[in-house]
Structures are given as structure tokens and as C-alpha cells.
Design a protein around this ligand. Structure first.
Ligand SMILES: Cc1cc2nc3c(=O)[nH]c(=O)nc-3n(C[C@H](O)[C@H](O)[C@H](O)COP(=O)(O)OP(=O)(O)OC[C@H]3O[C@@H](n4cnc5c(N)ncnc54)[C@H](O)[C@@H]3O)c2cc1C
Length: 312
């Protein structure tokens, strides 16, 4: 069916847990709903073992994604695998969404485009992600019980990861490129008090070594220019996140990090556009939080349409 001739009640951009939950809620309110996403699952497909999804003791990211997308499809919502390239507001208050291959009209939009962890951009980084390299110590830390690991970064997330890993791993190297850590003082103290954490300042990883899994890191001291090799089973890259908001940046307010600014009901600065999950300024980026916000955004979009139609 050619969906480009349709006027949707809502189009959800992103099929991570946030977008899929929003789709579920929108469909259950009988809204004409479409999900457009580059992939199904978002960051969750990168998560090996999820142990903090309520009601489920342990589930693979892939399996949780499958369950969510099946639930959404069973409600009759189509998920188009495509990339949204441009969004414009029509004269009648609706929006035109242009993708790589099509264009769609909708009365409301739910932005659930998530974010990606920043990468070191080194060779082998992508290849060994999930094979020793992780961007989430809170998620993947337990896989490295009794092993040697490194954490890269000097902010709160990195220090929190180093502290978490000091209780799991036998040795933790905390590598930061600057002379001083930039995390809160109590985070820094907590890590400095750990006997199994070695803080390596002014240093950067310049090579990742491994075959089928991570084996070693080569690091360089930026001041002495002396190189050193660290034998590690795990590397946690905790250098921040990158929201994917270029496509909406001229439509809705974003903060200095590029995160979409929303109120408690998921409204953005633009009427008819809602946002939820990791793409927003929410402090904690987690699956259940995204799901909750996705539900809120869908219900708010429904309420907005009801008010517009005079049936609120
Ligand atoms: C390795 C790893 C392990 C994790 N483990 C856990 C865990 O155990 N427990 C937990 O609670 N959290 C965990 N997290 C965090 C959790 O995955 C995120 O909080 C959650 O996925 C956020 O959901 P989201 O839907 O908001 O965004 P995302 O999951 O980032 O999904 C965004 C979606 O939008 C799509 N998209 C982006 N831009 C466009 C565009 N222009 N056009 C079309 N589609 C677009 C993306 O392709 C993607 O499908 C983990 C994260 C990582 C990286």
C-alpha cells in the first residue's frame, strides 16, 4: 500500500524501546500510526544481557526487541525501515516527513531517535564491540567478573563505571586524556579509595588489539610520549553521548548537547511534536525510562488531537 497518500495521526521516528512503546500506546488509542526507523531495537540490540526490565529477570536485548516489535505489529502498526531526512510543517498544521525513499504526512510526530555513545573512532572498535568493548558498564559489567578492564573517560559516567567495575573486575585502569578528572568530587574520591583502580591521566588509547575478542590496549602518555600496553578483557568507552537530532534541530528547541527539550508530558517547543527517551534531556538513559516517556508522549499526542478536534 502506498502510505504516502495517507494522513497519519502520528508518525514515530525511531524503533528503539521508546518508539515501540509509543507506537503501542498510540495504536491502542486507535490513532493511525506509522513508525519509521533506521533499525528495529536501537541501542537495545547492542545490550547482551538485560537484567533490569521489570518482570523479566534476564533477557537478551535482541529478544526484548523482538517481543516489543511483535506486540506493535500485532496491533496493526507498520514499521518502515528507512531514515528520516527532512521534516517540514505544512500550512494546515500537519507535517511532511521525507525519508530516503518516500514522504509521509502526519498530524503529530513523536521523536524517539535516541542517541549513540561517542566512539574513540579507532580501528577494531566496531569489530570488537560486544567482544570486550562496551559503552555501558552498568549493563555489561558483570560479564567481566574477576577480569582486567579499562574505562576511558574522566566525567561522572566514566568515574561511576570505574567504581562499579572495581567491585566486579580484579583490576580497573581508568584512562583519561587530561591532567584532571572532571567528575564530581565524591565520584573521584570513591574511585581513588579503591585499591584495584589505577588512574592513568594525560593518556589516550591509540590502538585496540584483538582477534576474535579484545586482548590489549596501546596507550600513550601525551606529555612524556611514552607508550604502554595494557592486557585487558574489557574496555568501557564512557566519553559521552551523541544525540541524533540534526533532522529536527530547526523545528524544536534542543539544549547545548543537542538533546530535545521536553516538558513532563513529552511536549517539545513545537505544537504537535512530542519527544521521548534518550533523545531528550532526561538525565538517566535507560530502557524502562524510555518506555515510560514513550507512553506519555503517545498519550499526550492523543490528547492534543482530541483537543484539536474539539472532543477533549
Ligand atoms: C551496550 C548497551 C547496553 C545497554 N544495556 C542496558 C540495560 O541493560 N538496561 C537498560 O535499561 N538500558 C540499557 N542501555 C540503554 C538503553 O539501551 C537505552 O536507554 C534505550 O535503548 C533508549 O531507547 P530509545 O528508544 O530512546 O533510543 P534508541 O535505543 O537509541 O533508539 C533510537 C532509534 O531511532 C532510530 N533513528 C535515529 N535517527 C533516525 C532517523 N533520522 N530516521 C529514522 N530512525 C532514526 C535509530 O536507528 C534507533 O532505532 C544500554 C545501552 C547500550 C548501548
Amino acid at each position: 500500500m502506498d502510505l504516502s497518500i495517507f494522513m497519519f495521526d502520528t508518525i514515530i521516528i525511531g524503533a528503539g524501546p521508546t518508539g515501540l512503546t509509543a507506537a503501542m500506546y498510540a495504536a491502542r488509542r486507535m490513532m493511525k500510526t506509522l513508525v519509521i526507523s533506521k533499525d528495529i531495537g536501537g541501542q537495545v540490540i547492542l545490550a547482551s544481557d538485560i537484567k533490569n526490565y521489570p518482570g523479566v529477570e534476564l533477557i537478551k536485548g535482541f529478544d526484548l526487541t523482538n517481543k516489543m516489535s511483535q506486540q506493535v505489529k500485532a496491533l496493526g502498526v507498520e514499521i518502515k525501515i528507512d531514515e528520516v531526512k527532512k521534516i517540514t510543517k505544512n500550512r494546515d498544521d500537519s507535517f511532511l516527513i521525507e525519508t530516503n525513499s518516500n514522504s509521509y504526512s502526519t498530524k503529530t510526530i513523536i521523536i524517539a531517535m535516541g542517541l549513540s555513545p561517542k566512539q574513540l573512532n579507532l580501528a577494531k572498535e566496531n569489530e570488537l564491540t560486544g567482544r570486550g568493548i562496551s559503552y555501558c558498564a552498568n549493563c555489561d559489567g558483570p560479564l567481566f567478573k574477576g577480569k582486567n578492564v579499562a574505562v576511558v573517560g574522566g566525567g561522572n559516567t566514566a568515574l561511576d563505571s570505574a567504581e562499579v567495575m572495581s567491585k566486579i573486575a580484579s583490576k580497573v585502569y581508568l584512562i583519561y586524556r587530561k591532567a584532571q578528572l572532571r567528575a564530581f568530587e565524591d565520584f573521584v574520591l570513591a574511585v581513588k579509595n579503591k585499591s584495584n583502580v589505577e588512574i592513568i591521566l594525560n593518556s589516550e588509547v591509540y590502538e585496540i588489539v584483538g582477534g576474535s575478542k579484545l586482548e590489549r590496549l596501546k596507550i600513550i602518555d601525551n606529555i612524556s610520549k611514552i607508550s604502554r600496553e595494557l592486557e585487558v578483557d574489557g574496555l568501557f568507552i564512557e566519553i559521552g553521548y551523541q544525540p541524533k537530532t540534526e533532522v529536527v534541530a530547526n523545528l524544536v528547541e534542543t539544549d547545548s548537547l543537542g538533546q530535545v527539550v521536553v516538558d513532563l508530558s513529552g511536549k517539545t517547543s513545537r505544537e504537535g511534536i512530542f519527544a521521548a527517551g534518550d533523545v531528550t534531556q532526561v538525565e538517566f538513559k535507560q530502557i524502562v525510562i524510555g518506555c515510560g516517556q514513550g507512553a506519555v508522549a503517545a498519550l499526550s499526542a492523543y490528547k492534543y488531537l482530541q483537543a484539536k478536534n474539539g472532543s477533549a
